[in-house]
Design a protein. Structure first.
Length: 122
């Protein structure tokens, strides 16, 4: 009997597919949402760096807002109190010290939200 080579290839593909299905694998068309789209994606360096930059930006903005709210003298005195503390306090004082970026954000907030002056008199 005459054997078609395409039929052998087709039967080989069917065996591989059945074997994969037996292991729990699935097959999907491109562009569809299926099992593989629900798996957790690999973490890329870009995503981690973007997340770190966002956290740093929020941290500096928060420091600048605190610096603006309490004022330069009160901020410096509180940082000095933390430096004199024990345990984690000196490390926290190092993080919270007023750096140029914190002062820049505080100055920007002073321009956007100028200090309130007493009631206007006519």
């Amino acid at each position: 009997m005459w054997a078609d080579p395409n039929l052998k290839q087709f039967q080989g593909r069917l065996k591989r597919i059945e074997k994969a299905h037996g292991k729990g694998y699935g097959f999907e068309a491109r562009g569809t949402l299926g099992r593989s789209s629900t798996y957790r994606r690999e973490r890329s360096l870009g995503r981690i760096l973007r997340g770190g930059i966002v956290v740093l930006a929020i941290g500096f903005t928060l420091k600048g807002a605190i610096h603006f709210h309490v004022g330069e003298e009160a901020y410096q005195s509180r940082v000095a109190e933390m430096e004199a503390g024990t345990g984690v306090d000196p490390f926290a004082a190092r993080l919270m010290s007023a750096d140029p970026l914190t002062r820049l954000i505080s100055a920007f907030l002073k321009e956007v939200f100028p200090p309130k002056v007493g009631p206007a008199r006519s």
